[in-house]
Design a protein around this ligand. Structure first.
Ligand code: OFO
Length: 164
């Protein structure tokens, strides 16, 4: 059975994952409004992944005989200055999530919660991928300095990204 310290920490992480989902959905809405459907698609894929992350944590608590407690999700930002600013915010947010996963892992070590350590290893690997993907978009955007047609080429490329 999961102990209270670990349960509370994971419940907080569920909230962070759901906030991530909400933030990325807000970014998708920003891009839809700018008619950048490829970027919007990228954010929709990210948004769905974050809900899956939240559910992985949710299921883990349930499987370990604990109680999921949902908390209020903060309202996300709705406006950004540019496409680059959004992408940079995704990178910063993923770095924040990575730090929170590491803190959870440290708690799992301290609490000698071995199943939580195994479960969190999946997230540690996933974060490497998430940070890399977001950093690539920032690098591409910087490269083309947001010049009209080049942004559209990148938009087209992102539109092909498969879910999962
Ligand atoms: Fe984007 O990361 Fe969740 O965990």
């Amino acid at each position: 059975m999961i102990n209270k310290t670990m349960q509370d920490a994971i419940n907080d992480q569920i909230n962070r994952e759901l906030y991530s989902s909400y933030l990325y959905l807000s970014m998708a809405a920003y891009f839809e409004d700018k008619n950048l459907s490829g970027f919007a698609h990228w954010m929709r894929v990210q948004e769905a992944e974050e809900r899956q992350h939240a559910m992985k944590f949710y299921d883990f608590i349930v499987e370990r005989g604990g109680k999921v407690t949902l908390k209020a999700i903060d309202a996300p930002k709705t406006e950004w200055k540019s496409t680059l600013e959004v992408a940079e915010e995704v990178v910063a947010h993923e770095a924040f999530i990575t730090a929170s996963i590491y803190t959870l892992y440290e708690t799992a070590l301290k609490e000698k919660d071995y199943p939580a350590q195994i479960m969190l290893q999946w997230f540690i690997s996933e974060q490497v991928e998430e940070e890399k993907n977001a950093a690539e978009v920032v690098a591409n955007l910087k490269l083309i300095e947001e010049r009209g047609t080049a942004v559209l080429v990148l938009d087209h490329q992102l539109a092909k990204r498969a879910a999962g």
